[in-house]
Structure formats: C-alpha cells, structure tokens
Design a protein around this ligand. Structure first.
Ligand SMILES: NC(=O)NCCC(=O)O
Length: 396
C-alpha cells in the first residue's frame, strides 16, 4: 500500500513522494469513497458518486442521523469502530404502506493473536463484539448480520485440524450469546459460525444460524459453495452444504444468506430470489489481492438481477497463524492470508449502493430500506417476467 504526497521545495518545484503504508488503508484513506471525496472537487465528486453509487429515487443515497443512536456514536468512539448510517427510499404507493426495516452489518478483526489460548480468543471476540451489537440494538436495528465464522480466526488457510475445536452446534455458546441481544432488542440476528452437527456424526459445516427477534432459532443455512482458491483451503474442513436455498420468513421481511464464495455463483443468488428473498446477506472473509475488484460488482449485480437488497460483510485485518503454509502455487510459504479488506456495504435493487465501511477498522453499518422497492423494481424492469428459465436450463 502506498501514499503519495506532494511537497513544494524552496525553488517552487513540486516533488511527489511515495510513502509505503502497511495499515490496510488505501493510500492513507479508509475507503475508496473517502479517497475520492478528499481528492476531487465537490462537483466532480458528485458526478463520480452518481455513477459509482447510483441514484435512489432520483437522488444520491441519503445519510441518516439516528437520534436514538447518540449513544451508538459515543460507543463507536470509545471502542474505535466505524459507524455509518444510510437510507434507501422507495416510491410512495397508493395501496401499500411503506415497509421500512433497519438493517445492520458488523465487520471486525479478531481480538487476540491466533497464538493465544482458544478459550481466550473466543472470549475476547465476544468482548469485542458486545459493544458493537449493543450499539446496533440501541440504534433500533431490526435485522443484524455478522461476518463469516465471526466466532473464530479464519484458520482454514492452515489445513490444521486443531482449529475444528472452535466448531459449535447451532444452539451452542455463540448462539446463546446472541440470543440475549435478540431478545433484549427485538432484533433478528444472523450468526455465521463453524458448525458441528452433534446429532449427525459430529460433522462440520460452514453455517449461518438465523436467530429470531424473540431469541428463538428460526433455522440455519449451510454454505453452498466451498472455495478451493489461493489460501482458502476450506474443503479440508467441510463440504458443500445440504440446506438448498432457504428463505426465512422473519417478522421484518424475507431473508436469505449466501455465504462468501457463493457470491461468485449467479445461480445461487438466483435461487434465493426465486424462493422469495427480499434481503440476501453475504457474510464473507476475503482478501484484497484475490477479490477486491470483484467485491462491489457481484453483490450489486445480484441485487439488480434479482430485485432484492444485498448486505455484504467482510472481515477486517490480517490474521497471522503460528505455522506457515503454502498456496500450492510454487510461491514461498507464508503465515497469513493477506489483508481482509472490510468494505461492508448494502446494494439495492435499483442499482444504487451505500458507501462502504472502512477498509481497515471494525465497523457497524446501519441502513434503512423500504422493502417496497423490490416489487417496484420488478414492475419497472420485469426481469422476473422476461427471464426464460425453462429455455435456459433445458426444462420443459
Ligand atoms: N470464505 C470464502 O469463501 N472465501 C473465498 C474467497 C472469495 O470468495 O473471495
């Protein structure tokens, strides 16, 4: 990572210096959005923003001030996490009331080095997340989604089986930890974990647990597509999920979860849409070198093509493991994946999207969305109506 700085010498000559940065920032800026904002004239930034982020109901995405989250702001300063809040509107309908839900995404780095005891690592992640979840709850978030395998380091690069110890049943410790918040704040929580299915041969899965707003377990979804790319050696630990493409009916709307690498599979997104999802969450763990140019495109395309909202979440930071490993590409062994670049954001069915959370800090993104927008876009573009699924898949 590099930052260029212009300095003017005594003779008036402008010298451009390039300084290497190793903090996960983009040349010293915490996101592409802030880099552009700081470096473009306001009228240019407005045009760039219009094209990059799109327009929602004819105007730039609104920031929202959350009066109830004054305390969230204080908590975010105290615990040093990024806090951003936006709003997607829909057109006013004459026969249907708006269906506005407040949705939150949390991204975070691990709390202790991977050399700490497993128990300490787990407890420290809970301690780290507690104030962020509380801030979401206090801000009136209705549906909250955490990042992929949030309750452990993303150790699947190592291929070492000892990390399996972190796996828990769907009703295990991390679910119990979150159930209290769900109940306290009347909040649906999506909790992506490493699952151990105690009742079926103690098998391991990459699973999202859907916790209802009464603290009940609504269901689970197991990751459909398991990566075998670069250091993502996840198939050493679990295989392709067996839960299909479930859509969960919650009190706030119909939601689904497309876990990480599933975002590269358009048919995966399609199936959640065909099953009626209004918001699809994509809890992820991915690194800059591998996927950053794909990140803002795939989710946004899914939202457009399937007329639903997408919430994309990525981990933050660099996780270094005790023993080096190789990627099977002839390159030298190393002990980390590279930088998880955060950049969590929402995409809407009208092709607009929010600015991202920071590339290098923990964060909470809160966004209000009127779910009426999904049907309005179906009516406008007619993708569902004009699709020719039977012809495309050779079905009768
Ligand atoms: N966790 C995971 O599936 N990562 C794969 C890498 C990617 O899809 O960008």
């Amino acid at each position: 990572m590099e930052k260029t700085q212009e300095t003017e010498a005594d003779n008036g000559e402008v010298k451009v210096e390039t300084k290497a940065l190793n903090d996960g920032s983009l040349c010293g800026y915490d996101s592409l959005h802030s880099l552009l904002k700081a470096n473009l004239k306001p009228e240019l930034f407005q045009e760039v923003n219009r094209v990059l982020l799109g327009l929602n109901c004819g105007r730039a995405i609104d920031n929202i001030a959350l009066p109830e989250s004054e305390c969230a702001k204080a908590v975010s300063s105290e615990h040093d996490f990024d806090l951003k809040a936006f709003c997607f509107h829909a057109d006013k309908e004459l026969l249907r009331a708006p269906r506005i839900v407040r949705v939150g995404l949390i991204q975070n780095s691990i709390a202790l080095p991977t050399t700490a005891s497993f128990l300490d690592q787990k407890r420290a992640i809970y301690q780290k997340l507690k104030p962020i979840i509380e801030a979401a709850g206090a801000s009136g978030v209705n549906i909250l989604c955490l990042q992929e395998a949030w309750m452990m380091p993303f150790a699947f690069c190592t291929r070492e089986k000892r990390w399996c110890e972190f796996a828990e049943p769907v009703d295990g410790e991390s679910t119990q930890f979150l159930q209290d918040f769900a109940l306290k704040y009347n909040m649906v929580i999506i909790s992506p974990i490493l699952e151990r299915d105690i009742n079926h041969g103690e098998t391991i899965w990459n699973t999202a647990v859907i916790i209802g707003n009464h603290g009940n377990i609504i269901g689970k979804h197991r990751k459909n597509h398991i990566p075998r790319v670069g250091d993502f050696n996840e198939s050493t630990y679990y295989i392709e999920g067996n839960t299909g493409h479930p859509v969960f009916e919650t009190v706030y709307g119909k939601i689904a979860v497309n876990i990480c690498y599933g975002r590269h599979h358009p048919l995966n997104w399609l199936a959640f849409g065909l099953n009626g999802a209004e918001i699809v969450f994509n809890p992820s763990a991915t690194v800059g070198e591998l996927s950053e140019p794909m990140w803002p495109i795939e989710a946004r395309n899914a939202a457009i093509a399937n007329s639903y909202f997408v919430g994309s979440i990525n981990r933050v930071g660099t996780e270094t493991f005790p023993n080096p490993f190789t990627s099977g590409d002839g390159k030298p062994q190393h002990a980390d994946f590279g930088h998880f670049y955060g950049s969590s954001h929402f995409s809407a069915p009208d092709a607009s999207c929010t600015p991202s959370l920071s590339r290098n800090r923990d964060g909470l993104l809160i966004t209000d969305m009127d779910l009426n927008l999904c049907r309005q876009l179906k009516d406008k573009w007619g993708f569902r109506m004009t699709a020719r699924f039977t012809a495309a898949f050779g079905l009768n």
